[in-house]
Write a protein that binds this ligand. Structure first.
Ligand code: TPP
Ligand code: MG
Length: 366
């Protein structure tokens, strides 16, 4: 159907196809392009600041860093329109910042503070902003895949021209529920876009050890008659162009798509894991940092286009660092939730005082 891995551009840092000329990119302004740079730097500086807090022992629970994968969130989520929605797994900081959540509410959530987006009760894996069409933040691997399908089903049911960008890892594609979701997405013509963020590892298990077909994960969509594509994640223009094709397919034809975006994570699965010591070599991580860093490559691209110089780059980066530092201060100054609030924000029915909530029948009508 679409392309095969053999046709994919080699990881050279420079794409042989110039996706800058794709219609969705051709009219981008200088401000928009600098905005993508700013957003990628904001994610990186936010996470570096959060890592420091974790290492100081100020954070409970997990911290799954997105550093290295910034071009995926920025390249895809910046395309969202009014009726488009997004849902992802636990590695959710980048997505949250791109949909417009503030660093303050996100940093406070990491520290378990009442001013956090989930009132300090969710932590790193549970960033949510329904007002921004962002539905989290899910810790069960592939658990978000039927939820994304359901959100997209609701859009179709309500006759709204929208889609649900549903993010999933390279390990999660092996979960049964993802395949059940693909089957229904195709059978019922659901406007869902599954975006596989292929960072090559599922915790400490490499793709080569987890997938029967190692060369391509998106190709499995063939089994469900779903269009698919593979994307060079280090080229922001390509990410935007191919994601836009998928969004248009959802909007215009109400058909699903599976996109596999090649990317790489620099830190461990969560910051507490063995990272470079057990399942990959430090040299491998260094190679990606030196040759395939999505932010450096975008900086280089903008310099070539004559819209970025060192002074402007410094300005954008300083602003990101300042915003992250202010968020740390805000989070540290914020109070913890009150103990008496421990039972609130668990069930909608209880919080809203619905009849089922009052009678203890949360899920069934009779
Ligand atoms: C159903 C389920 N099984 C196992 C786990 C433990 N677990 C958490 S993350 C993870 C790896 C997922 O890797 P991938 O889908 O590639 O996402 P990435 O962490 O690379 O973003 C596993 C096995 C879980 N959370 N849920
Ligand atoms: Mg992975």
């Amino acid at each position: 159907m679409s392309v095969t891995r053999a046709e994919k551009p080699k990881k050279t840092g420079r794409n042989p196809v110039d996706y800058a000329k794709a219609p969705i990119n051709a009219d981008l302004t200088k401000e928009q392009k600098l905005g993508f740079l700013a957003d990628m730097l904001r994610i990186r500086r936010f996470e570096q600041a959060s890592l420091k807090l974790y290492q100081q022992g100020k954070m409970g629970g997990f911290l799954h860093l997105y550093i290295g994968q910034e071009s995926v969130a920025v390249g895809t989520l910046a395309l969202m329109g009014d009726h488009d929605h997004a849902i992802t797994a636990y590695r959710d900081h980048g997505h949250a910042l791109v949909v417009g959540m503030s660093m303050n509410e996100c940093m406070a959530e990491l520290l378990g503070k009442a001013t956090g987006c989930s009132k300090g009760k969710g932590g790193s894996m549970h960033f949510f902003a329904p007002d921004k069409n962002f539905w989290g933040g899910h810790g069960i691997v592939a658990g978000q895949t039927p939820l994304g399908l359901g959100i997209a089903y609701a859009l179709k049911y309500k006759d709204l021209k929208g889609c649900c960008l549903t993010y999933i890892g390279d390990g999660a594609v092996n979960q049964g529920v993802y395949h059940e979701s693909l089957n229904l997405a195709s059978l019922w013509d659901i406007p869902v876009v599954y975006i596989i963020e292929n960072n090559q590892y599922s915790m400490g298990t490499s793709l080569a050890r987890s997938s029967a077909i190692k060369s391509c994960l998106a190709e499995r969509a063939e089994g469900y008659k779903i269009d698919w594509d593979i994307v060079n994640g280090e080229d922001l223009y390509e990410v935007r162009a191919k994601t836009w094709d998928a969004i248009e397919r959802a909007h215009e034809k109400c058909r699903p798509t599976v996109l596999e975006i090649d990317t790489y994570r620099y830190y461990g699965h969560s910051v507490a894991d063995a990272n470079a010591k057990k399942y990959r070599k430090p040299e491998e991580i260094e190679f990606y940092k030196q040759n395939h860093d999505p932010i450096t490559l975008w900086e280089n691209r903008l310099k070539e286009e004559g819209i970025l110089d060192e002074a402007e780059l410094k300005k954008v980066d300083e602003a990101a660092k300042k915003e992250a530092a202010a968020a740390v201060q805000f989070a540290e100054d914020s109070p913890f939730p009150e103990p008496e609030d421990i039972f609130s924000d668990i069930y909608y029915e209880v919080d809203m005082g619905t009849e089922s909530g009052q009678t203890g029948r949360h899920f069934f009508n009779d």
